[in-house]
Design a protein around this ligand. Structure first.
Ligand SMILES: CC(C)(COP(=O)(O)OP(=O)(O)OC[C@H]1O[C@@H](n2cnc3c(N)ncnc32)[C@H](O)[C@@H]1OP(=O)(O)O)[C@@H](O)C(=O)NCCC(=O)NCCS
Length: 143
C-alpha cells in the first residue's frame, strides 16, 4: 500500500471526522474539526482511505503542529513519522525557526516519536484542560 500526503479538502471531511472520533472520541470532535477546517491541514491516504492527518499553523517564527493523528488501525507503520517529516519540511520552506507542539506527559507514543525526530522539552504546563493534567512543550529548532 502506498501512503500519500495530500492537502485536506472538503471532500475528506467525513473521513476526517471518523478519524478524529477513532483517535480522541467525540469529546474533542468540534475543536479538532475546527482546526482541520481552519489551519493548513493535511491527510495521509492509503488506497483512498484517510489513515491520518495533521493541522499546521504558523506565524513569524513558529510552526504549531496542533494536531497529529493516526487511525488506530494504521499505527506503527511510519505514518506519524511521514507527517512529522512533512511538517518539518513545511516549516523549513517557510524559513521558520521552530516547530512546536504540546503533548500530554502520559502520551508515550507521541513523546517517543517527537524525541526521535529531534524535538526537545522547552517547558511544561499543568491544569490546562483538566485538574492535575500536565503537558510538555516540545519544540524542534530548525537552525
Ligand atoms: C503518536 C502517533 C501519531 C504515532 O503515529 P504512528 O504512525 O504510529 O507512528 P510511527 O509508526 O511513525 O512511529 C514512529 C516511532 O514513534 C515511536 N512510537 C510510535 N508509537 C509508539 C508506541 N505506542 N509506543 C512507543 N513508541 C512509539 C517509535 O519510536 C516509532 O518507531 P518504531 O515503530 O520504529 O519503533 C499515534 O500513536 C497517534 O495518532 N496517537 C494518538 C494521537 C496523538 O497522541 N497525537 C499526538 C498528539 S500530541
Amino acid at each position: 500500500m502506498q501512503a500519500r500526503i495530500t492537502r485536506y479538502k472538503e471532500s475528506d471531511r467525513k473521513q476526517v471526522k471518523a478519524l478524529i472520533v477513532n483517535v480522541w472520541g467525540r469529546r474533542w470532535l468540534a475543536g479538532v474539526l475546527h482546526a482541520f477546517d481552519n489551519c493548513d491541514s493535511f491527510v495521509v491516504k492509503l488506497d483512498g482511505n484517510v489513515a491520518g492527518g495533521m493541522t499546521l499553523d504558523w506565524g513569524t517564527y513558529m510552526c504549531l503542529l496542533d494536531e497529529l493523528i493516526v487511525d488506530s488501525t494504521y499505527r506503527r507503520h511510519g505514518i506519524g513519522t511521514m507527517l512529522l517529516g512533512y511538517a518539518i519540511q513545511y516549516a523549513k520552506r517557510k524559513k521558520l525557526k521552530f516547530v512546536e507542539d504540546w503533548v500530554d506527559t502520559r502520551n508515550k507514543p507521541a513523546l517517543t516519536l517527537y524525541r526521535k525526530y529531534g524535538f526537545r522539552k522547552y517547558g511544561s504546563v499543568s491544569n490546562l484542560f483538566e485538574r492535575n493534567d500536565s503537558y510538555v512543550h516540545m519544540c524542534k529548532s530548525l537552525r
